[in-house]
Design a protein. Structure first.
Length: 120
């Protein structure tokens, strides 16, 4: 009888102690913060001079030692080798032609009429 009373008492004590076990959220401690979000993707700043033409064409042109890269509004990139100019600058791929002096330039595509352009 004494033995069964001891077992009952120990069982009651074990159940009571099990109810006292706390978790971090039960003790008032906040859960750890979520990890920081990933950094935003790197966006390259546009390079080169922005030209606006009378026919509504806009493009950026970046000059290197012997060529220029024209970036059209739709993202198309054109490589124009440097040509010998009597005055100012001249870059041409045969189909695309850029001639300029100071802020003013002429842009020609194929056999279309040249359009006058300006940069700020």
């Amino acid at each position: 009888m004494r033995r069964s009373l001891s077992i009952v008492a120990l069982s009651a004590l074990a159940l009571t102690l099990a109810g006292c076990v706390t978790t971090p959220t039960d003790s008032g401690m906040a859960p750890p913060p979520p990890p920081p979000p990933p950094p935003p993707p790197v966006v390259e700043a546009p390079t080169g001079a922005l030209y606006t033409c009378q026919d509504g064409t806009t493009f950026r042109i970046a000059f290197s030692e012997k060529a220029a890269t024209v970036t059209l509004k739709d993202g198309t990139k054109l490589h124009l080798p440097q040509q010998v100019a009597a005055s100012g600058i001249w870059y041409s791929s045969g189909k695309h032609d850029f001639r300029g002096k100071g802020r003013d330039a002429t842009w020609t595509v194929g056999k279309k009429m040249p359009t006058q352009c300006v940069t700020d």
